[in-house]
Structures are given as C-alpha cells and as structure tokens.
Design a protein around this ligand. Structure first.
Ligand code: H79
Length: 446
C-alpha cells in the first residue's frame, strides 16, 4: 500500500513539473535594489558642461585638437549656466513620464560640475581647481546645480543619478593626442585612480545618487596596464566594489570596464539590441544626434514617432530607455527637447500603464505591426502599423483565450475578437486612436 502511495505521489509531482509554466517571462530574479529601476523603464539623461557653452558637442576638445590651455582659457572659463532651472527640467521629465535623471557630474573634458576639493584636478597652470565653482564666472553665484537638481528630483519623487567619465582630457596625468588619453607615467596612473575615487567619494557623500553611470572606460584591456591602455578589468572590478562600499544599494552600469559582464546593467549606446541581453539593460539615446549642446544639431531633431517607438521597443525587449537632453550653455533647455518631452508625455498620460512595471514580450517573435509588453495577466499590443482591413492578429498568451480585449486608452472600448489557431483576431476601429502607437490590451483571467 505504501509503495502504491509513493508511486502515486511521484506521478503527481512529475505532472506538476511538466505543467508548471513560469508566470513571469523575466529570465532571472531582479536584485531588490534595482526593482524601482527595472519597473520604471524610462529616464532622462542630461549632458551639461563647458562644452555646452562652446556648442559643438562634448567631443569638441578631442575632435578639434584643442589644447588644455586653449580649452580652459577660452571655453571652460566662460561657461556660465546662470539660467539653469532644476525645477523646470524636473517638471519636463515628470510630465514625460520619466522616473529618474542622470546628469553629467564630469564628462571627458574633466570639468567637475561640483565644488571638488581633490587637489590634483587643477588647470594647466597648477593654480586653480578645474570645477564649475572654482574655474568659471558661475562660481561667484555660490550655486550648486547638481544639488538643485537632486533636491528637485527628491521633491518630485523621482531618482537622481550621476555620470562620471574615467578618462579626463584636462587632468595633468593625461595627454590627449589620440581620441582617448595616455598616462604620463605609471605613478601618475596610480595617483589619478586614487584621486578619481576621492572625487567619487565626494559625489556619493554629497548627493547620495541612486545611479552611478560611468563612461570613458575606453583605454581598457584585461591584462596589465600600459600608458595607453591604462584602465584594466581589475580596475573596473575595484571601482565597482568601491562604489558598493560607499553606498550598498547604488546602481552602477557596466562601464566600470565594459565587455566583461561587470556592473549591474548593460548599456548599449544609441542602439536597441534585437536580441535582448540576458541581464538588465538600458539604451541611451539622443533626440537629435547630439549629447552635449551642438548648435548644428538643433535642426535635426528626430521625429517623435520614431523616438516613441524606439522607447516602446526597448521596453518590449526588457530594457530601459534613457533619453538625453543637451541644455544650452546658459543652462536652459532647447525648444526641440521641450517639444519632444511634451509629446511623449501626452502619450504616456494615456498609455503609461503598458510601460511601468512591465516585463519583456512573452512571445519570441515580434509581429510585423509592432511590439508587445506584459504585466501580470495583461499582454499589451503596441500597434505601430494600423491594418487597412481592420483586423489585427495577436498571439494567445500561453495558448489561452483572453477574457477581454480593449483599447488601452481612457475610452477602454471593448473590441470584438475571435480565436483562430491560437491567435486572437481583433476587429479594429477604422482609424488608429494614436498613429504612432495605439495600445490594445488583452486580459486573461487565469
Ligand atoms: O556621453 C556620451 C558620449 O560622449 C559618450 N557616451 C555618451 C553617453 C561617448 N564616449 N565615447 N563615445 C561615446 C563613442 C566615441 C566615438 C568616437 Fe568619435 C568616434 C570618438 C571619436 C571617434 C564620435 C565621433 C565622437 C567623436 C567623433
């Protein structure tokens, strides 16, 4: 009798194992410190530095072979973001539906956007600290724009993050000649890394950022450091560990040293991978092919529908979308960026349900008409192409029949549907409620 019972129980267990399908399509558990990040899917990147004053993009110093002396005296010393208004920027971010902001604390140009006290970050004369407060006319105002932005984020209930470049074109330890930097000596390298950590310590203590977004790890290799390839995989690991010591729940990107699976998330730049990375990821994108303010790109803003669809596509593949603005040298937002944020906001007002808290599409293949996102028992169809014959074919989730299909806007209009070969054939209204992306939700009771 006992034997029969054991057999029976084993049989039940096997049945259970065969028929249990994981509820979530996420491939792994998200570490709890990253829950908010993974759920929010949408953030704002801000590139602001002395290059914003120059107006030719943040790579100008390297691209135009500008010497340290020239850059410091003619560009950095004139940077004056006096009209920077954190509240306006945060309002725009919130209206667009963004849940976090990452701003450049120090880009490749090396100008610290805060009042750093780390001694080696001096200008070429070795007398003045190379920071917004010590080196520019703005310093006289006594303002701290990173703090203003952080406080505006806190007040609005969104997260605040900082960008920090590992290479530094103006630091005395490095020469630029090529696109990246070459160290003066191994001793200079060791001291620079120590000082960089001292700056990061200042940043974490002062601003308590939720995200630390590294970049400029270009001189990397996975062996011994040389004067040209002076940043190693081991340096990247040390840097990551150092950040976690400073703040255990900080979120750090892979660019502590890219390519070795380090950091908490991957960051394909200006690219939405067709095959989603197997861990958390975020794509960063420009609105107009420029990061730092570039006057010539003010006429080249991308069409809103493409930005919106790129955003939704990233989310449907499980990613986050970090959309950049490049304010002008006076700190004000450009007209083009405001327009795009407003428009995305109008879409998010109606459809953000299909973004926040969603995971990637439960289906392997993307349909020709758009993409899918999913949350609990809802599968959202993001329809980019409205079919003329008013029929839309949506896959049945787990081969089940949905309990309802409706427009995911305020009308909540129920749509008629039939089931054919594991597909839901939806009868569409004649006109797309939103030509850029109309969301149709299919709901499942169990
Ligand atoms: O901060 C933004 C860029 O400045 C930074 N990452 C984003 C978030 C970045 N650093 N390096 N790169 C991007 C790629 C470098 C591309 C280069 Fe070039 C090709 C450097 C030199 C040749 C692009 C084209 C920049 C200058 C010319």
């Amino acid at each position: 009798m006992k034997k029969v019972l054991t057999l029976f129980l084993t049989f039940i267990l096997i049945l259970q194992a065969v028929f249990t399908v994981p509820v979530q399509s996420a491939a792994y558990d998200i570490p709890s410190n990253m829950d908010w990040w993974a759920d929010s899917h949408f953030g704002m990147f801000i590139h602001l530095g002395a290059y914003s004053y120059y107006g030719q993009g943040e790579w100008a110093m390297s691209e135009q072979n500008i010497s340290k002396k020239e850059y410091q005296e003619n560009i950095a010393s004139k940077f004056n973001p006096e009209s920077f208004d954190a509240k306006t920027i945060v309002d725009y971010a919130c209206k667009a539906g963004m849940k976090y902001i990452v701003i450049t604390a120090k880009h490749h140009e090396g100008l610290a956007m805060w009042d750093t006290q780390v001694e080696s970050f001096k200008d070429y004369t070795g007398t003045k600290l190379f920071s917004l407060q010590q080196y520019t006319p703005f310093g006289r105002t006594g303002r701290d724009i990173l703090m203003e932005l952080k406080e505006a984020c806190d007040a609005a209930g969104i997260k605040f993050g900082l960008y920090y470049s590992i290479i530094d074109w103006n630091h005395p330890s490095q020469e630029t000649g090529t696109s990246f930097t070459t160290m003066a000596s191994m001793e200079a390298r060791a001291n620079y890394i120590k000082d960089m950590k001292a700056q990061l310590n200042e940043l974490v203590r002062r601003y308590n950022p939720s995200v630390m977004w590294f970049d400029g790890d270009w001189t990397y290799n996975n062996k011994e450091a040389t004067l040209e390839s002076w940043w190693t995989e081991q340096d990247g690991k040390d840097l990551y560990n150092y950040m976690k010591e400073l703040k255990p729940d900080i979120i750090v990107n892979e660019r502590v040293c890219r390519g070795y699976g380090l950091g908490d998330f991957e960051c394909p730049e200006q690219r939405v991978p067709i095959k989603a990375p197997s861990r958390l990821w975020e794509t960063c994108q420009t609105m107009n092919y420029a990061w730092g303010y570039k006057e010539s790109c003010e006429k080249t803003y991308r069409e809103i529908k493409y930005i919106l669809r790129e955003f939704v596509t990233a989310v449907s593949r499980g990613g986050n979308y970090l959309l950049n603005i490049g304010p002008k040298g006076d700190g004000t937002m450009t007209g083009g960026s405001k327009k795009i944020l407003n428009n995305i906001g109008k879409w998010m007002d109606i459809y953000s349900d299909s973004i926040y808290g969603t995971v990637k599409s439960p289906f392997g293949k993307e349909p020709g008409w758009g993409v899918y996102t999913q949350k609990d028992k809802n599968v959202y169809a993001h329809v980019f192409k409205w079919s003329k014959n008013r029929q839309l074919k949506i896959k049945c989730y787990k081969n089940k029949k949905p309990s309802g299909v409706r427009l995911n806007n305020s009308s909540g209009k129920k749509l008629k549907f039939s089931i054919k070969n594991n597909n839901i054939i939806v009868k569409l209204p004649e006109k797309a409620p939103d030509k850029r992306d109309t969301v149709i939700v299919t709901e499942y009771k169990n």
